[in-house]
Design a protein around this ligand. Structure first.
Ligand SMILES: [Zn+2]
Ligand SMILES: [Zn+2]
Length: 339
């Protein structure tokens, strides 16, 4: 007879999402629930309609922008590093390095600590603080790019490809597909870091979140809505748009556009072809294989639980490194960001 607490007894998957029993809350639930802890603002993690939602102030601001102010949700902001007690559980949010406001949920109950990473990456991102490794009994990792074939190249190298193409085709418009939340603002910051200080044009659907990033102190430089252009022929210009707009009627206004798409999935040539992308840019807000395995090795948790992605390869890696692992069958999560 042992009195060791089984972590599965207090945090487990349910059809509504990952449920923390002694705190009576869900983490990133797939449906509206009485009490939710939200790791970040992407649509497959942050959904509308919860009676109460706890998240970083930045994530709550993102949710208000997307969900018409959420008047029916009681909003509980929790800054990185602050702690709050919910039921019998101490909850803390730690930076995940994924997008503005993104957090790992750190749950402490009795003598145990479980860290739910949400989505994360390890390389520097000028739009959010870096991922913080936290010692724990159970680390719940994402696995979007959990195959050894996924190695993300340097993001500045990818931005260099875009700028070389702009220099090579000065008469053409460069149309870059980006996800509206996170990728868009990171690509803008990378362009600024690479020395592109000209106006960057945006599709209308990208404006609201860029404005929010600016209000949150992320300087994006000179950006403008494509529809506000007067006497602008967009030759030599860089225009950002949602990936779906690349092949849309909307794109016909531009001068012989070069189509690009910034995504970790651009490593897969078939996906680039599918989207009719001429210039694939491998820029991801998710950890690649090396980052996933290095993170698990660094944290060295008692157990590794793996969610939404390619669980098998990472589970096999963990077994080879003497870290007990299990795949959490959670439904409702998408590949990357949202479109
Ligand atoms: Zn996700
Ligand atoms: Zn995400």
């Amino acid at each position: 007879m042992t009195d060791t607490l089984d972590p599965r007894s207090w945090l487990y998957p349910t059809p509504r999402g990952l449920y923390c029993k002694p705190g009576d809350f869900y983490i990133d639930p797939a449906v509206a629930v009485p009490r939710a802890v939200i790791t970040h603002g992407h649509g497959d993690h942050a959904r509308p309609g919860h009676r109460a939602a706890l998240a970083t102030p930045e994530t709550l601001a993102i949710m208000r922008t997307r969900f018409e102010d959420m008047p029916d949700t009681s909003q509980q902001p929790l800054k990185y590093g602050e702690s709050v007690r919910i039921g019998d559980v101490d909850v803390e949010l730690a930076p995940a390095g994924h997008i503005l406001g993104s957090a790992q949920a750190v749950l402490a109950y009795k003598s145990q600590r479980i860290v739910v990473s949400g989505d994360f990456k390890r390389r520097p991102d000028p739009t959010c603080p870096p991922f913080e490794p936290i010692p724990c009994d159970v680390f719940i990792t994402e696995a979007t790019f959990a195959l050894p074939v996924f190695h993300h190249p340097s993001d500045m190298g990818e931005i260099g490809k875009l700028l070389r193409s702009v220099a090579t085709f000065p008469e053409r418009t460069h149309l870059v597909g980006v996800y509206a939340l996170g990728k868009c603002q990171r690509v803008i910051k990378l362009l600024r870091a690479a020395g592109w200080d000209k106006r960057i044009w945006l599709h209308g659907s990208l404006m609201a979140l860029c404005k929010l990033y600016q209000e949150q102190g992320v300087d994006l430089g000179d950006i403008a809505h494509v529809s506000d252009a007067i006497l602008e022929n967009f030759r030599g210009a860089i225009v950002l748009c949602p990936p779906s707009a690349i092949a849309d009627r909307w794109s016909r206004r531009f001068a012989d556009p070069v189509t690009a798409f910034a995504s970790g999935w651009m490593r897969v040539r078939a996906r680039a072809r599918q989207r009719a992308v001429e210039l694939p840019l491998i820029i991801s807000d998710h950890a690649d294989w090396d980052e996933l395995t290095a993170t698990a090795a660094e944290i060295a948790p008692g157990e590794l639980w793996i969610t939404h992605g390619r669980e098998e390869a990472l589970a096999r890696w963990a077994h080879l490194h003497d870290i007990p692992a299990r795949a959490l069958a959670l439904v409702g999560y998408e590949d990357e960001g949202d479109d």
